[in-house]
Design a protein around this ligand. Sequence first.
Ligand SMILES: [Zn+2]
Length: 313
Amino acid sequence: MVPILSGSSAPRRRGLKPAHQSFLIWHVLVVSYFLFNSFTKGDQTDLNIVDLSHVFDNTTIYWVTEPTLKLNVTYNGTSPDKNYWYQKEEISAATHGGTHLDAPCHFAKGRWCVSDIPLTHLVVPAVVVDISSEVNGNPDVHLSSNHLIEWEKIHGHIPDRSLLLIYTGWSRFWPDLLNYTGTEERDKSQLKFPSIQPEAASWLVANRKIVGIGLDTMSVDIPNSTFPGTHVTLMEKNIYALENVNNLQLMPPTGATVFVMPMNLKGASGAPCRIFAQLPGGMASGGAGYVTFGSSLALILAVAVGLLTLTRT
Ligand SMILES: [Zn+2]
């Protein structure tokens, strides 16, 4: 297309002056840098992920009758002949300690053990019932069906195929044995912490269809119960439990997706577990998905416009 010029003798402009070209190139580079920066930050921080696990180390609390974690570094150092760093370890521990999963076969014969639980039950929507203000440091407050009924009046029915998490506020005591378990002696008869009443478990299996339950104390059953009714009632229905969960204060009542990632032990009734949650809004309000797409598109457009400007003007 021939440009309309003010006079037939005016020369056609074939490009920008060197100073303008240089400015434009720098402009494109600077814009690209900031867009790329937002792209990489989006991947790392805008996913809205919350870690619901405690770290495993030599302070990790295990069930009082069980051996605790032993992590033995069997080698670390620079190989004298090969000149590179090398480290390795051995670990041993009970399966029921730290942030962990109780598989249904823990208290129900013939039900799922850890590796039998389908992934569709481990990546699930979560609902969080917060009883921390009522607990307020009192180890004798335990979740009841009334708590669930009251919660549903505000937030609606606990959805089918969801994970029910109970926030008691107890994780703030971790890993202090006395405050977290009620005893420094690892004495079963002295255990004290908030938990879940068996009648709440009965109400859940009769009225709702959850796949799992979890809380921020060391057992879903009331300490020193004569019968572990909460475990048994839930696990007969193939519902798993998560114990010693962390950071539930960061969770919304509904809308988060939780990823439950136990070590995939075949035939085991429990396993150490990494649990994390993706909070709602991570994708919809400038989260990684949209940042990635938006940044990529903007980057391509910026480069294209820059190149077109340089070649066509
Ligand atoms: Zn357990």
